[in-house]
Write a protein that binds this ligand. Sequence first.
Ligand code: RP5
Length: 176
Amino acid sequence: MVPPFVAIVMGSDSDLPVMAEAAKVLEQLGVGTEVRVLSAHRTPDELVAYVREAEARGCKAFIAGAGMAAALPGTVAAHTALPVVGVPLTSSASALGGLDALLSIVQMPHGVPVATVGLNAAKNAGLLAAQIIALSDENVAQTLAAYRAKQSSDARTKDEKLQEVGYKKYLEEKKV
Ligand code: RP5
C-alpha cells in the first residue's frame, strides 16, 4: 500500500463483516488501507512483526477490532506510538454480548492509550482514522469536509420532509 495508509487488523475472519465498514469509509474518503486478520492470542509473533513493518512502510494509524477478551488493540498500542483506534465487537462467540471486549479495550493502563469507539462502530473508527490522516493531508481534509457537509444536508432534507408531511405519513413512506 502506498503511504499514508491505515492498517485495519482484526482477531478473526468472523470479525470481517463488521470491520469491513472501516475499510469502506476510508476508501470512500480516499485513504489507503490494508486489512489483516492477526490475533494477539493466536498469532502474536505475526501481529508484532506486522505492526513494526507497517509503521516503517508509512502506516499513519491502526484500527484494531476484536471480540471477547480483546487484547488486540492494546497489544498493537504496546508496539507502536502511532494512534490506535479500538473497536470492541459483539462477537457471536461471546457470552457477554460484547461487554467483555468493550472493557478489555477501553480500560487501558495509563501510558498506553487506545481510542475506543462504540460496540461494532467500525465506521466511526474509519472516520476517526481519516481525521488523523487529514491533519497532514489537505486532500483528505477536503474530502472529509465534503462528507460532513453532505451528512448535514441529508439530515436537513429529512427534517424538511418531516415538517412538510407530518410524522405519520413520513413513517408510512419510510416503511416502503
Ligand atoms: C476474538 O475472538 C476475535 O476477535 C473474535 O471476535 C472472537 C471469536 O473468534 P472466532 O472463534 O470466530 O475465530 O479473538
